[in-house]
Design a protein around this ligand. Structure first.
Ligand SMILES: [Zn+2]
Length: 141
């Protein structure tokens, strides 16, 4: 993650990823473009999302934002983090920072985040499209 990333947009990415994992059994996005005005996340998936699924997804993300969950950090030894999150963790570091959003989401991350989810504002999906195994979701706040 780049350091100059917008904390609100980036925190929204965490929430969106967890919502995708829970609702559509995807992995977290494999690629993301996070910018202040609008952002996009790409997921490996097997179809496009119906309009009502987009609304459901948007509703879920806004629910988490409104719940004003605290964003917390925890340091974990690399080996433990790998086991728990089987995710890319930086090589050659003793500890990895885990970012937790209430008890909704937890993932190793070094990016900048808001302190609690309400700061993110209102989450709006601008569009989504599907192309050869990649579901792209564009959103703004
Ligand atoms: Zn992050």
């Amino acid at each position: 993650m780049k350091e100059n990333i917008d904390p609100k947009m980036h925190t929204a990415e965490h929430i969106l990823n967890q919502a995708m994992v829970r609702m559509f059994k995807t992995n977290r996005c494999f690629s993301a473009h996070i910018e202040k005005k609008k952002s996009k996340c790409d997921y490996r998936f097997d179809r496009f999302l119906e309009a009502e699924e987009i609304l459901e997804l948007e509703k879920k993300v806004n629910e988490i934002i409104s719940a004003n969950l605290p964003v917390m950090f925890e340091m974990l030894p690399v080996a433990e983090a790998r086991k728990l999150f089987n995710s890319r963790t930086p090589e050659g570091e003793a500890d990895v920072r885990i970012v937790k959003i209430g008890d909704y989401d937890a993932i190793p991350c070094i990016g900048a985040h808001v302190k609690s989810t309400k700061e993110v504002g209102k989450f709006k999906i601008i569009s989504s499209d599907y192309n050869s195994g990649v579901l792209r979701i564009r959103y703004k706040l």
